[in-house]
Design a protein around this ligand. Structure first.
Ligand code: ZN
Length: 288
């Protein structure tokens, strides 16, 4: 039995997307547009120091402004994937189909032009996904989506507690064939992701415990983080308090420990999925 694999994924957007979240009207203060850029460098370097590669879900708007950043990550061996086009993180389930198409297809083309290769992975802004959006993602030529969060329901955000916890053919949950889904891993028993703000709110001990439980329960595991979580985000008045809370040193140390612990098992999401689909993993794994 192959050992469990862990995909470290980075949703590559900056602090301004936390202000513009789902098209709310707040204007992002000047200077937040690329706040978090240093965090990209931090996580890429950290992964490489341990001989690991990550997966970067990159916004089309960020890629347009920073093509050299995308090319550099690709050249360093990281997987480049799409996080849609707009910084404002529109809820695609509420847009007209032509706008959904534009958000998804334009972002894929921008990334493919930069890296000169097919982009296989997609993650929806704010993890907002349904069968109509997924069929557009599939038709755009993506091989996999990673937007489903099988966690407890978090009102106004995400959570489908009954959804599959392991990668699967998307017909199973969405009724859309021809594309795989890699769900965000949730900690067994707790039922919450071991990712992003949860690491800061519930703490490093939760993150390390939750991941070890998940790695015991599941052969394919993933965590997500944002580049700005690695830097000290100031508390702007308009910003929800959970956004800057424990950003910077706390998150950097957490990821240093996490990546050191699992360095032998970390691989880009596309590779984890291929390995999982090839059946190299034991099917004996039973979730608690
Ligand atoms: Zn995002």
């Amino acid at each position: 039995m192959a050992s469990p694999r862990l995909a470290i994924t980075v949703d590559l957007e900056f602090v301004d997307s936390a202000f513009l979240f789902r098209g709310r009207n707040e204007r992002a203060p000047a200077g937040t547009g690329e706040m978090g850029l240093n965090g990209v460098e931090f996580i890429a370097d950290l992964l490489e120091r341990h001989g690991c590669r990550g997966t970067f879900f990159i916004l089309g708007e960020v890629a347009e402004n920073r093509p050299e950043l995308v090319a550099d990550l690709a050249n360093r061996g990281h997987e480049i994937a799409s996080h849609g086009y707009s910084k404002s993180h529109p809820d695609l389930r509420e847009l007209r189909r032509s706008d959904v198409h534009e958000e998804i297809v334009s972002a894929k083309e921008i990334l493919e032009d930069i890296v000169g290769d097919d982009i296989a992975g997609y993650r929806a802004p704010a993890f907002a996904m349904d069968e109509d959006v997924l069929s557009v993602v599939r038709d755009a030529g993506f091989a996999y989506d990673s937007s489903l969060v099988p966690s407890r329901r978090i009102p106004g955000f995400y959570g489908d507690a009954d959804a599959p916890k392991l990668p699967f053919e998307a017909t199973e949950w969405y009724g859309v064939g021809g594309i795989s889904e890699f769900p965000i891993t949730v900690a067994p028993l707790v039922g919450l992701p071991v990712s992003g703000a949860w690491i800061r709110l519930l703490g490093r001990m939760y993150a390390l415990w939750g991941l070890s439980k998940a790695m015991n329960a599941y052969p394919a595991v993933t965590t997500y983080i944002h580049p700005w979580e690695f830097i000290d985000v100031p508390q702007f008045d308009e910003l929800p308090r959970r956004v800057p809370w424990r950003t910077g040193e706390y998150v950097r140390t957490s990821f240093e420990q996490l990546i050191a612990r699992y360095s032998d098992q970390i691989a880009p999401m596309g590779e984890v999925l291929r390995e999982y689909d090839s059946g190299e993993f034991s099917s004996e794994v039973v979730a608690p």
